[in-house]
Every structure is written in structure tokens, then in C-alpha cells.
Design a protein around this ligand. Structure first.
Ligand SMILES: [Zn+2]
Length: 251
């Protein structure tokens, strides 16, 4: 494996670390956004149920009005008939029916009155809720927008990193890319590591057999640490930046 390939893979590995941090940070916004919105949503759903009840009451009111109109028309007819009755028996029958219909109209009016009171109370309740819901919504918006802007920034960073990753991988051989991807996809965060100058694996610090060290230093094959499986290269930074300066001698 060439040095450039190993460098590229190591860069991809760094990008992948940052990418997975970013993905986690982006996911963390969901519950946060939901929590922030919660009070406004609760008020809005309460308001929606009152508005539904109001609509039902208005439908009931219209139904009562229609019934009352029908009954008043009936009363009018009966009153006209009362003027044309031929005998007492007929008159008594008409008066009995008139009486019944008038009582029914009274009952409807009582019901309509009661409904009107309930409707007014519900309208007042809805009005108060509407104000509270609007206030809650207005209060939520700035923090929601701030959070979404924050998330947006992370998403843009993520997108840029993924493009960089893609570009780096295009320069890497198929075989190396496949090895890297299969390691990475299996959940490993470290896929490539340096062979330390003292012959230890830069990831697990297990000592690599001399012969293998030589192969790593002098051949272009993909060689993995027998202990932890990372791909080893002799020409990578050793990871911890401070250590790299003090421990990595040249040659
Ligand atoms: Zn190792």
C-alpha cells in the first residue's frame, strides 16, 4: 500500500470520526426541538378540541333553529285551521295539537338558550386558549429557530465532510477502499494506524513481529495488526499529536 493511500485512509478515518460525532449531535436536536415545542403543542391541541366542540354546538344550534321554524309553521297552519273549524269537537282537537306544538317550541327554546350559554362559555374559553397558544408559539419560535440554525450549520459541515471523504476515497485503490469500508461499516472507528518506531501497533500497542514490521515498511501490501486487525503503515503520524513529536524519531 502506498503512503499516499495510507495518508488518504487516515484522513478518511479522521473525517469519519468527525462525521459520526456530527451525526450524533444532529440526532440530539430532535428530542430537544420536541421538548421546546411541547407546551405550545399541548395548548394547540386543547384549543383544537374546544373548537371541535364549538363546531358541534353550532351544528346543534342550527338543527334546533330549523326544528323551531318547522314548528312555528305548523302553529301558523293550526291557527288558520282554528278559524275554519265546523264544530266543537274539531276545535278541541286542533287546540290540543296546538298546545302540544307550542310546548315543544318552548322546550326547543329552552334547549337553544342553554346551548347558547354553553357556546358563549366555550367561545370565551377558546379565545383565552388561543391567546395562550399564540403566546406559547411565539415564545417557542426564537429558540426553535436558533436550534434549527445550529443544526443547519452542523448539517452543512457534515455535507462538506462527506464530499471530502468521497473525494479522498476516489484516489484510493478499490481493494484498500473495500477493506476500509468493511472495517468501518462493521462499526470500527479506527481502521488504519501507524506502526510505531519501536515496532508496536499504534492502535492496540501490541508488538508486531519483526518480519511483519519489515513487510509493512518495505512492501505495498495491505497488512493488518494480528492483535487488533487495523491496517498498519510505517509512515503515518502516530495519532496523539504531542506523543508524535517526542517519540517519533526519523529513520
Ligand atoms: Zn493492533
Amino acid at each position: 500500500m502506498t503512503n499516499t493511500t495510507m495518508d488518504s485512509l487516515q484522513q478518511v478515518q479522521k473525517l469519519d470520526e468527525r462525521i459520526s460525532e456530527l451525526e450524533e449531535a444532529i440526532r440530539a436536536f430532535e428530542p430537544q426541538l420536541a421538548e421546546i415545542e411541547e407546551p405550545a403543542l399541548a395548548l394547540e391541541s386543547e384549543l383544537a378540541s374546544i373548537e371541535k366542540r364549538l363546531a358541534e354546538m353550532q351544528a346543534d344550534t342550527r338543527r334546533l333553529d330549523r326544528n323551531a321554524d318547522d314548528k312555528r309553521a305548523r302553529i301558523k297552519k293550526l291557527e288558520e285551521r282554528l278559524n275554519k273549524v265546523q264544530n266543537l269537537r274539531e276545535e278541541a282537537a286542533v287546540r290540543t295539537e296546538l298546545d302540544l306544538v307550542r310546548k315543544a317550541v318552548d322546550a326547543d327554546e329552552q334547549e337553544a338558550l342553554q346551548l347558547m350559554g354553553e357556546t358563549q362559555r366555550a367561545e370565551q374559553e377558546a379565545e383565552e386558549l388561543r391567546e395562550k397558544a399564540e403566546a406559547a408559539r411565539a415564545e417557542v419560535e426564537p429558540s426553535q429557530e436558533a436550534l434549527m440554525a445550529e443544526r443547519q450549520a452542523l448539517e452543512e459541515e457534515l455535507e462538506a465532510l462527506e464530499a471530502q471523504r468521497q473525494a479522498l476515497l476516489e484516489d484510493v485503490g478499490d481493494r484498500e477502499r473495500k477493506v476500509y469500508d468493511s472495517f468501518h461499516n462493521s462499526g470500527r472507528s479506527v481502521v488504519v494506524a501507524a506502526l510505531l518506531p519501536d515496532g508496536a501497533c499504534g492502535h492496540c500497542f501490541g508488538v508486531v513481529p519483526l518480519q511483519v514490521q519489515n513487510e509493512i515498511r518495505h512492501s505495498s501490501a495491505v497488512i493488518r495488526c494480528e492483535a487488533c486487525g487495523v491496517i498498519l503503515s510505517a509512515d503515518l503520524e502516530t495519532g496523539g499529536d504531542d506523543e508524535a513529536d517526542s517519540e517519533t524519531g526519523e529513520g
